[in-house]
Design a protein around this ligand. Structure first.
Ligand SMILES: Nc1ncnc2c1ncn2[C@@H]1O[C@H](COP(=O)(O)OP(=O)(O)OP(=O)(O)O)[C@@H](O)[C@H]1O
Ligand SMILES: [Mg+2]
Length: 641
């Protein structure tokens, strides 16, 4: 049975997603409540620090921008003397009411003209016009190029800083922040900041200059007509706001529908195998049609109201154009305006709404970008892993005496996962942790190399508290095969060498042999040079584990941790690995976690963990004799509890 639209939307639009979309929507529509940054000034100041070394460029950009804006204003203004001259040629007996600005333009053209003929005058005026626009083109080009240069360098710095920060965050941060959220700092947020730098800044400044310049030119030409044009400004603003409000409403519901559709597709794609296994295809098609249909409705409305903005504003400016020309014509007849002046106003009144619209649009982008910058800086300001102590102990020549004393730990303060753990491991010993799922085995290994720091108890290696060691050094002493395998994009060889970057090809091969991976690697199409695709989807689960083991085997760390390292490997290979690893780890310390108890039979000590406590410890034989939990686990006589 397909679920209803409402149920689907609720499910695929979880509260978190909804919240994320609302911020997204606020960013994209203008002026929604709380869309802005919390502290715009601080964000701007901090962004400015990223422009260090580029202020010279910025000065040039500003200069080019001013020149290019002025050329466009002046270019338009040059129409006035040309039309006035033509008018006088047709009606030489008419006296023209020239404003001071028009007289100036007239004088400029005359000063360049040799003769006094109409054609000379017009040709000269056109040449001046061409020069002005020529300068405009060059400065616009320069301004765009320089600004992009600055913006992209600033973005590079931002991304770099963010990524550096990422490498220094404690693992706990990633527990509380989903990958998508962190990714969006790098993608969405940086993109909006980039938009502001490469686009909005110049648009805003040149918009403001155009607006002021136009007003000045209009006002010096005819103040009455200027008032007529200005009266329309509130009308533009009001209309723009009204339409924006409508489209915002529809945009919001579109975002919700879109979220549901995306969520559904995402889950369906990643779970396609399971969908097929349970024959849910038709059901999925039906449910998707329901969501799809709903999205069409909402998209239609959002698109309509979004698209109507341009035409409506355009038509409004036509009205302002008509009224201006009408009043202007009356003024001209009354002898208060020249024909050239009238043409100017016709032009200006049409252009006038553009910078206003641009300005209000760009302000939204700027606010969104500043809010994005705040999120980026927030991540940058997250407390990193606690700093290494300055007088961190020297760990060279470490043997591998690992002692855990009365360790208690919880990922979150309210919930302790490990309780009073005591373990002692000598170099050359193999210590095993067994116990049911969720007992806390992986957690112990997380503490060994300080993925998380403990509050209670202590962990020492060769008598030195791990808290007193440099993390980098500590981790270089512990080779780990994590429970969840991960391979990087690259060749098999590169993936094994990840364990120790200066390893020779020969050492890579030896490690692969110790991990029983050599055989299957040689059967791959390109042997050690075979490319690993997408986290190793072209390998079997067991093969991925073997590569992870080889990666740990190549490191010369005195301590080795194997967390379910051989869970997907057949028992014969597992025994081979054991022999290989035992040779490798002869005088080093090994911690093994395994559900398959045959793997840990030969361990020097086996710890049985239950709900964060070690409830039994001893060798395989001792534990069997105790007839306790280990015995139950081993013989399969474990009762259901
Ligand atoms: N990152 C984490 N944040 C919060 N709680 C966690 C985290 N990782 C594990 N836990 C919790 O800690 C407990 C112990 O988990 P742990 O991974 O150590 O179990 P395990 O013994 O390794 O189990 P398994 O045999 O399934 O690997 C579990 O109850 C789990 O829910
Ligand atoms: Mg585990």
């Amino acid at each position: 049975m397909a679920r209803s639209l409402q149920e689907l939307q609720e499910r695929y639009n979880s509260a978190a997603k909804q919240k994320q979309m609302e911020t997204e929507f606020r960013r994209q529509t203008r002026g929604g409540k709380g869309s802005g940054p919390k502290n715009a000034g601080a964000a701007i100041r901090r962004l400015f620090t990223y422009m260090k070394g580029y202020w010279g460029f910025m000065g040039l950009v500003l200069f080019c921008m001013l020149v290019s804006t002025l050329t466009s204003l002046v270019g338009t203004y040059m129409m006035a003397p040309i039309i006035n001259k033509l008018y006088l040629a047709v009606a030489p007996d008419k006296a023209l009411a020239l404003s001071p600005m028009e007289q100036l333009a007239d004088r400029v053209v005359i000063s360049f003209t040799g003769g006094t003929g109409v054609m000379d005058y017009i040709i000269t005026a056109l040449i001046v016009l061409a020069c002005v626009y020529g300068v405009g083109i060059i400065t616009t080009y320069l301004q765009g190029r320089l600004m992009c240069h600055v913006a992209e360098h600033v973005m590079e710095r931002l991304r770099g800083d963010l990524f550096n920060k990422l490498q220094r965050l404690p693992l706990g941060y990633f527990d509380g922040h989903p990958t998508g959220e962190i990714m969006s700092r790098f993608t969405n947020d940086i993109a909006t900041i980039d938009g502001m730098f490469s686009n909005s800044l110049t648009t805003i400044v040149s918009g403001a200059v155009t607006l002021i310049g136009t007003l000045v030119f209009m006002f010096t030409t005819n103040w009455i007509l200027t008032l007529v044009v200005v009266v329309f400004i509130p009308l533009f603003l009001l209309l723009g706001l009204m339409i924006a409000n409508f489209s915002r409403k529809h945009y919001r519901s579109l975002q919700a529908a879109l979220g549901a559709v995306n969520g559904y597709i995402e889950e369906n794609v990643s779970g396609q195998k399971v969908v097929k296994v349970f024959n849910h295809e038709e059901n999925c098609v039906e449910e998707f049609a329901c969501l799809n249909n709903d999205m069409r409705d909402k998209q239609f409305k959002a698109q309509f109201w979004g698209g109507i903005m341009g035409p409506v504003m355009g038509n409004t400016s036509q009205i302002s154009y008509g009224v201006t020309v009408g009043v202007g014509a009356l003024l001209m007849v009354a002898g208060r305006l020249s024909p050239g002046g009238l043409t100017l106003f016709a032009q200006y009144s049409r252009q006038f709404s553009m910078p206003i619209n641009n300005l209000s649009q760009q302000m939204t982008t700027v606010f969104a970008a500043l809010a994005g910058a705040e999120r980026v800086f927030e991540l940058m300001d997250t407390a990193p892993e606690t700093a290494d102590k300055p007088e961190a102990a020297d760990m060279s020549g470490m043997a591998g005496h690992v002692v855990l004393t009365d360790v208690s730990f919880g990922y979150v303060p309210e919930k302790t996962v490990l309780k009073h753990i005591n373990v002692y491991a000598k170099p050359g010993q193999k210590i095993a942790f067994v116990g049911s799922t969720g007992a806390g085995k992986t957690t112990i290994t997380n503490l060994l190399n300080r993925f998380y720091d403990i509050e209670e108890g202590s962990i020492t290696i060769d008598g030195v508290d791990v808290k007193d060691m440099k993390r980098e050094e500590l981790r270089s002493k512990i080779a780990m095969v994590l429970q969840d395998t991960h391979l990087f994009t690259g060749t098999v060889r590169e993936n094994i060498r990840y364990g120790r970057l200066d390893a020779t090809d020969e050492e890579v091969e030896q490690a692969a042999k110790a991990a029983s991976a050599h055989g299957f690697i040689m059967r791959l199409s390109d042997g050690y040079d075979t490319k690993i695709e997408g986290d190793g989807t072209n390998l079997s689960q067991g093969q991925r584990q073997l590569l992870n083991i080889a990666r740990a085997a190549i490191s010369k760390a005195p301590i080795l941790v194997l967390d379910e390292a051989t869970s997907s490997v057949d028992t014969r290979t597992e025994r081979q690995i054991q022999r290989g690893m035992d040779r490798l780890m002869e005088d080093r310390t090994t911690f093994v976690i395994a559900h398959r108890l045959s793997t840990v039979r030969d361990a020097n000590a086996i710890m049985v963990l239950e709900q964060g406590e070690i409830i039994e410890r001893g060798t395989h034989e001792e534990l069997l004799e105790m007839k306790g939990r280990y015995y139950e686990l081993y013989t399969g006589k474990r009762e259901l509890d």
